[in-house]
Ligand binder design. Structure first.
Ligand code: ARG
Length: 459
């Protein structure tokens, strides 16, 4: 038989497959709290405006509260014939209060209803993400402070480049996440306009008060164009792009942990809580959590591109394709929440092998730039010439199997007799990092300043 919500003009019911392909209740039931909040705001406004009698509005509001109690206790019934959370809830309401439930849908459509529910859901998701990222930043700040003086090789091309401190390196990720949080903040501010009252696409002839429903739901105001209101999913895409970009940062840190945890590097030992063993090789201690953070970033990006594909060819206003907006956002949010939490746990509990980092920083001729800079500063060579002289010194050290600061002065003077005793002051890794005091540089005092500034900003 035909659908009880919209079946008036139908003689036959949907095919079995149609029932399944059409239904979103299996996933959109996740928005039941937002759906009930939206309906309560709507019916309160209908009552106040005299569109529905005050007594009926109260009956409906109480009925919605009772439905919420049922949902909380028993879960949301997955009735595919009722299609989605909106009709499942209206049906549950009718079972409680009878025919007066049918007045709730006055001056509204599922098109503005679903846009409102989904915006409320994404807004809450952004707040959750922000709290998670704040905790990750705190973990990074704590570890950075602990290691403001710990010297490690800084890399370009994954080749030893110049010594940096581990604190400085960790603070680089803090800076990335600060930008990510900014993107989520921007997205939240932009999404905070209420579509409710756009109705199906054209607005409504009923004397509704959109300011009132917007305020009741914590929006800054109503959306301005009814067509855009029901066809806009920018807020979902902005959530996904911000999540993608952030998960890309987490993936880079995860990749560094994977590299650092390898035996040839030996920079970090991830805690037992975030490692796994091998079923065949007893010695193994695998960085699975880091690998999954790296892997999940790809899936999150897949969710983003998926929804972009869904949206890109749709004419105004609502099309049913848009029902496919929720699974990628829900999936990405779940994956993203896990990766933020796992990364926070790994950062908090990792043991950094600082002796090993220092040894590698010392062995890679990482202070070669300091030697060249010294030749410019103390001996007046043009940088290009100093670069060449230093290259010869590196070759001599490599041939002799020693570090730069272990080359005897005679050897250095044989390369260029303008080199003097004072050069040894700059050839140690500590001297190198301490000298890099330019704003944003790796000198421990600068790193400590950056940490203090970040703590002030985070509040
Ligand atoms: N379940 C739909 C969605 O998630 C909302 C219903 C709109 N349906 C319609 N026939 N206009 O997008």
């Amino acid at each position: 038989d035909s659908n009880q919500m919209w079946g008036g003009r139908f003689a036959e019911g949907p095919s079995a497959v149609m029932r399944v392909i059409n239904a979103s209740i299996p996933f959109d039931k996740r928005m039941w709290r937002q759906d009930i909040a939206g309906s309560k705001a709507h019916v309160a406004m209908l009552g106040k405006q005299g569109i529905v009698a005050a007594g009926d509005a109260q009956t409906i509001a109480d009925g919605l509260d009772a439905v919420a109690v049922d949902y909380e206790r028993d879960g949301v019934p997955e009735d595919l014939a009722l299609e989605d959370i909106h009709m499942v809830t209206e049906n549950a309401l009718a079972e409680k209060i009878g025919a007066v439930a049918g007045r709730l849908h006055t001056a509204r459509s599922r098109n503005d209803q679903v846009a409102t529910d989904f915006k409320l859901w994404v807004r809450a998701a952004i707040d959750e993400v922000d709290a998670g990222l704040a905790a990750l930043q705190t973990a990074l700040l704590d570890r950075a402070e602990e290691h403001a003086d710990s010297v490690m090789p800084g890399f370009t091309h994954l080749q030893s480049a110049q010594p940096v401190t581990l604190g400085h390196h960790l603070m680089a990720y803090h800076a990335m996440i600060a930008r990510d949080r900014g993107r989520f903040r921007d997205a939240r501010a932009r999404l905070n306009q209420c579509p409710l009252g756009a109705a199906a696409l054209a607005g409504t002839g009923f004397p509704i008060d959109r300011e009132a429903t917007a305020a009741a739901l914590g929006f800054d105001g109503p959306t301005t164009n009814s067509l855009d209101s029901v066809s806009d999913r920018d807020f979902a895409l902005e959530y996904l792009t911000a999540a993608t970009q952030c998960s890309l940062h987490l993936s880079r840190l995860a990749e560094e942990f994977v590299i650092w945890a390898s035996q040839p590097f030996g920079f970090v030992s991830l805690s037992d809580q975030w490692s796994t063993g091998s079923s065949i090789m007893p010695q193994k201690r695998n960085p699975d959590a880091a690998e999954l953070v790296r892997g999940h970033a790809g899936r999150i990006m897949g969710c983003m591109t998926g929804l972009m594909m869904t949206m890109k060819g749709l004419p105004l206003a609502y099309s049913k394709d848009m029902q496919d907006d929720k699974p990628p956002v829900f999936e990405a949010h779940d994956l993203f929440g896990l990766t933020i939490a796992a990364m926070t746990g790994m950062v908090e509990s990792a043991t950094f092998r600082t002796e090993r980092m220092r040894a590698l920083a010392e062995s890679g001729f990482a202070t070669a730039t300091d030697l060249a800079d010294w030749l410019v500063r103390e001996a007046g060579l043009p940088f290009r010439e100093a670069h060449h002289v230093t290259g010869r010194a590196v070759k001599a050290a490599e041939d002799a199997g020693v570090r730069l600061d272990q080359l005897p002065l005679e050897t250095l003077r044989a390369i260029d007799d303008r080199i003097g005793e004072g050069v040894y002051d700059v050839l140690s890794v500590d001297a190198s990092v301490n000298s890099r005091r330019s704003f944003g540089g790796t000198a421990p005092e600068r790193v400590r300043e950056a940490i203090a500034a970040a703590r002030r900003e985070n509040g």
